[in-house]
Every structure is written in C-alpha cells, then in structure tokens.
Design a protein around this ligand. Structure first.
Ligand code: G3P
Ligand code: MG
Length: 248
C-alpha cells in the first residue's frame, strides 16, 4: 500500500471522457472533457480477442458501435473498423474505439489525468489486469499526474497490486459493504469509489474518517454534487463535468 503514488484528483472527474457530450470512451470524448475544463477523466478498459487494451464499457458491441457480438471475440483490427460515434450523434461518425496506447497519447497532449477503470470481459480478468498495468507502467507520461486504477473486481485490483504496486488503486462498489475497510486493507486500496444513489452522509464520514478517499459516480446534477461535497466526498465522476464546475 505504501508503495502507491497517491494522486490528488480534482473535485470533478469526467465520466467515460465527457459522456454527456460525446460518445463515451472515445478520443473525441477525452477532447471534449478537456475542452469543457475537466482536468481528469475516467474511462473503461477491456481486452480485444488478441489481447490489446481498448477503451470500452460493455461486453457486447451493439450499444456503442455499429456491430453486434462480443468485444472478447473481436480482434483489434476488426474493432478498429467499427464506428463508435454514429450511435451518439451524426457529427461523431467515423469515431473509432481507441486503444489504451492512443488514449494515453491523447491525454498527454491534453494534459489530462485519468482514472483508468479495468472492466474485464468474463474469463480474462487476470490477463486484463496485467496487460493494463503493464501499459500504464511503460507508457504513462511523466508530466501527467500518476494514474488511478479502479475496478469492481477485487481479483483485478489484487493482480494490479502484484504486478505494479506503485499504481494507486480504488475499489469500485455500487453499495458500500459493511466490511469495506477490511476489503480496502486486503487489496491495498486507499480509496473507495461508490455509486452516488446509495450513499449516505454517515458512510461518507466513516470512510473519510478512516483516512480513505471517497469518490462517487455518476453525478450529473449540480444540486446533488453540492450535497455530496457538503457530506465530504473527495470527487464526483460526471458525464457533464461542465455542469459541476466546482473549484479545484
Ligand atoms: O468508475 C466509475 C464508473 O464508471 C463505474 O461504473 O459502469 O460507468 O463503468 P460504469
Ligand atoms: Mg467506468
């Protein structure tokens, strides 16, 4: 745990880039987040059939591309032929599913920090964790704040901790479990990322009181964000980072 380079995130982190304004998990979405003034973004990573990490949320292709089937059955060459923008709006026609490499290069140009969520396709959890950790270790630009890795999958976080102990890790949860502190300790995580709709002020106080960071998703309403900040959350992850526009 002590090996981790703990990042200080700003209070607002763009979700899947700026998913309210541009097709999620694309380079256009990262650019949009930066253009709206976000300093950090969150995005999801998974492996293609040939083991290349790309930015993608679902196990299936149909919601966010013009194809059907499983991402895990699709090679990088095939993935790169898909349109990942048209489903969102005509102006994004031709937008591609980016590799993690390409996303890092884009972050570097934009000066954006990132919360890299590892969301493995079923059956390749360890391989996904190891591969994403290796890429972050090898390619993360020195001029950016250190990345923050998160996952709903405890095994993924344990694997990242073993292969790249310096990477800061956060456990993602929908509802905060009663044994949250033991889980964070076991996994060497210094932060909990919890879904906002189930969060209570008591839980925020308990997590913050034990010295852990607490970030919350997905918050798209400014009044809700204001309440959450009053409770003490460290950051909100938002599809509309521009709506939040809170100080640092
Ligand atoms: O990392 C926060 C949030 O992205 C987790 O949920 O499903 O949007 O990846 P999801
Ligand atoms: Mg995510």
């Amino acid at each position: 745990m002590s090996d981790q380079i703990l990042p200080t995130t700003p209070r607002v982190v763009g979700h899947r880039g700026a998913a309210g304004h541009a097709p999620e998990n694309t380079l256009a979405s990262l650019k949009k987040a930066a253009a709206l003034g976000a300093r950090w973004v969150e995005f999801d990573t998974k492996l293609t059939a040939d083991g290349v990490p790309v930015l993608f949320h679902d196990d299936v292709l149909e919601r966010t591309t013009n194809a059907t089937g499983l991402l895990a059955d699709t090679t990088l060459a095939e993935v790169q032929m898909l349109d990942a923008g048209l489903w969102f709006a005509q102006e994004f026609r031709g937008e591609r599913v980016p590799t993690l490499d390409a996303a890092i290069a884009q972050l570097s140009v934009l000066g954006l920090g990132a919360n890299v969520e590892i969301k493995p396709c079923p059956g390749v959890e360890k391989e996904t964790a190891r591969t994403v950790a290796e890429v972050l270790r090898a390619e993360w630009p020195a001029h950016l704040p250190a990345p923050l890795v998160s996952s709903f999958d405890a095994g993924v976080l344990a694997t990242v901790g073993n292969s790249a102990p310096e990477l800061a890790r956060a456990l993602l949860v929908l509802k905060i479990p009663g044994d949250w502190q033991a889980r964070l300790q076991d996994l060497g995580c210094m932060a909990l990322h919890a879904q906002a709709k189930h969060l209570t002020s008591e839980q925020v106080a308990a997590v913050r009181g034990q010295g852990y960071a607490l970030r919350t998703f997905t918050v798209n309403d400014r009044a809700e964000a204001k309440k959450l900040f009053a409770w003490g959350v460290d950051a909100v992850i938002s599809d509309f980072p521009d709506r939040m526009a809170f100080e640092a």
